[in-house]
Design a protein around this ligand. Structure first.
Ligand code: ADP
Ligand code: MG
Ligand code: ZN
Length: 616
């Protein structure tokens, strides 16, 4: 057993275990501190007393305070007269305890292992802290989620209206038809009195219908901007959430806020997400969606006439909307926002060119002609892609070249590495020349805009056509142009067969064949272009959109008619291929010549192609 540690009696000992206030723990042998009164924790050697003396002093009640430090095997003694001494004891001494108890002397046990333990504790604490922080983070998140769900969507920041929108009608180009009606809406919002005086009811809901990217959202914002009223915008899908009833309460909340801000515009984007026909889903439909829709209908009925809140909604599927939504007093005005025509496209390009420096050689009307079928968003994207290309090439102005690149990228996808293998390259060249040559030979076919064997977006090469603008805008397709399209589509396969023989034809034509099948079917079953006669055998599009369609999938004709349809389709495809072969076979030399140029130059534009072919 170790003897009591006498060294530890030294005054240099740090008295970490004594009460605070021992600020001067290093001032060891300062004489004036020999008899400290107020400063605790200072013991000197000369004050040593023996164990038995200590016990006697305790019994005599001469001790004011005892501090037992078992870890150091000592007891610190404070006498009534202010003397302080330290007495060594056994670690497990309990005689002192008993003596102190019987005499009523206050005794404190001090644990010096605290410090070592403290260090270990710090490590443990860190770990615990980490866990706690992590846990509380998780808890907070789930609490937030619960709040979102249970807080009934109230005071959602996303319901804040946008005020002072800077968009105006001139930022939305090519919507001349819709513009008059929209201006009417603006006048309603600006001077409702003029209408109210005449007893006219201001419309409550305006439905914007059109394909994606045609500027419906833009238009809604422009109306708010023109009228200078707050603009509440919400996507209908935001109504439909995890918890039943949230959507409906969100609708209520939206209308409550809107009424406070009136006059204002509430814009519900993609309204078909909640506004689809009720009871049309497979398996009973979505109750939450129906509740939301019902709430929407109720709210629309609920706000008084001329309350100054005008509801705008956008959709590209007006055909699937619930009839109750379209009833008078609800979304009774409908504005069709279609794809822009050539003039519209030019105007849209001009709007987006305002902020982008174009090269003088770029003609917007030219580019408008080259982008039939493009929506406003596509056109904005075209200019944006061109701007990116221009920046990458460290140029200052967007030029013709960059626009070409952007168009390719948008329509065909990213460019792939050019082919090295010359046999494959040759086959692709013949295939594309086949398409282009057939198209140039048929008066009813679209003009060739460009032929290329530079691979892009998965295609080895491609031929681009320029649709006839007039035909496109009128929306009327003739039987002759349909037939010509079939022949052109099979021109690639025909060329492969003429040049390489029927054993060497490739699957490269599979995309063409799909197009042929689809067009031929429509010609027979929808347009009445075949000998089956002038009747529609199928509706437009066969996609299953609502459950209702799914159950009504039975074709409306006899089985024998179905066989006749298939026979007609096959007949159309076969005779188109025969016609393409008949056009190409006698022009084998011309094909070789065109292929040589194409392989050398990789891309030929339409004019040059016709020039080489000697065709108008
Ligand atoms: P939608 O809501 O019909 O799907 P958006 O209004 O969101 O289409 O249009 C997307 C983007 O396309 C707009 O931000 C704008 O840059 C461009 N855009 C679309 N239509 C037009 C247009 N008529 N005039 C100008 N820009 C348009
Ligand atoms: Mg939109
Ligand atoms: Zn092809």
């Amino acid at each position: 057993m170790e003897p009591p540690c006498v060294k530890s009696l030294g005054s240099v000992q740090r008295n970490e275990d004594v009460a605070p206030g021992s600020d001067d723990s290093s001032g060891s042998a300062a004489p004036q501190k020999a008899q400290p009164s107020s400063i605790q924790g200072f013991w000197t050697k000369q004050d040593t007393v023996s164990y038995s003396t200590l016990l006697r002093d305790i019994d005599a009640k001469e001790i004011k305070q005892l501090d037992l430090v078992p870890g150091r095997r000592e007891v610190r003694v404070q006498h009534n007269d202010g003397r302080r001494v330290t007495v060594p004891v056994f670690a497990n001494d309990n005689q002192i305890l008993r003596a102190a108890e019987s005499s009523g002397t206050p005794l404190t046990v001090v644990d010096i292992r605290r410090e070592q333990a403290g260090r270990e504790l710090a490590g443990t604490l860190m770990l615990v802290l980490l866990v706690v922080v992590g846990l509380s983070f998780l808890l907070k998140r789930s609490a937030q989620m619960a709040n979102r769900a249970l807080g009934f969507g109230r005071s959602q920041p996303r319901l804040k209206p946008q005020e002072d929108l800077q968009l105006r009608f001139e930022d939305v180009a090519g919507i001349n038809d819709a513009r008059l009606e929209l201006e009417e809406v603006v006048t309603f919002l600006k001077q409702p009195e003029a209408f109210i005086r005449l007893g006219a009811k201001i419309p409550r809901g305006v439905l914007l219908v059109g394909p994606p990217g045609t500027g419906k959202t833009l238009l809604a914002k422009a109306i708010a901007g023109e009228a200078g009223v707050p603009f509440f915008s919400i996507a209908a899908s935001e109504f439909v959430e995890l918890f039943v009833g949230v959507g409906a309460s969100r609708v209520r909340d939206l209308f409550r806020q809107a009424k406070e801000k009136s006059p204002c515009i509430v814009f519900i984007d993609e309204i078909d997400a909640v506004g689809r026909q009720r009871g049309a889903g497979i398996g009973g439909g979505n109750d939450e969606r129906e509740q939301t829709l019902n709430q929407l209908l109720t709210e629309m009925d609920g706000f008084e006439e001329n309350s100054g809140v005008i509801l705008l909604a956008a959709t590209n599927r007006a055909d699937v909307l619930d009839a109750a939504l379209l009833r008078p007093g609800r979304f009774d005005r409908r504005i069709d926002v279609g794809l822009p025509d050539r003039r519209g496209r030019e105007a849209i390009l001009a709007v987006h060119a305002r902020t982008r420096p174009l090269d003088d050689a770029v003609s917007l009307s030219d580019w408008a002609s080259r982008t039939p079928g493009f929506s406003g968003a596509d056109l904005a994207n075209l200019l944006n892609e061109a701007a990116i290309l221009t920046a990458r090439q460290n140029m200052l102005r967007i030029g013709q070249f960059q626009l070409e690149g952007a168009l390719e990228r948008i329509t065909m996808g990213l460019s792939n590495r050019p082919l090295q293998d010359s046999a494959k390259k040759r086959l692709i060249a013949y295939h594309e020349v086949g398409h282009a040559l057939v198209a140039s030979l048929l008066p009813a076919a679209n003009a060739v805009d460009k032929v290329t064997i530079l691979p892009r977006g998965g295609a080895g090469g491609y031929t681009r056509f320029m649709p006839d603008e007039e035909v496109l805008d009128s929306g009327l397709i003739t039987r002759s142009s349909c037939l010509a399209d079939l022949v052109v589509a099979l021109g690639g396969r025909a060329a492969e067969q003429v040049v390489f023989g029927s054993l060497e034809i490739t699957q490269g034509a599979s995309g063409d064949l799909q197009m042929v099948a689809q067009l031929a079917r429509e010609m027979v079953t929808r347009f009445g272009f075949s000998s089956l006669g002038p009747m529609a055998l199928e509706g437009p599009g066969t996609e299953v959109f609502l459950g209702r369609d799914w159950f009504n999938q039975r074709p409306g004709y006899a089985e024998s008619t179905g066989q006749a349809i298939d026979a007609q389709i096959r007949q159309l495809a076969k005779s188109a291929l025969a016609q393409a072969i008949a056009l190409l076979e006698p022009r084998r030399e011309l094909m070789d010549q065109l292929v040589d140029v194409l392989i050398a130059e990789e891309t030929i534009n339409g004019d040059r192609f016709r020039d080489i072919a000697g065709l108008p």
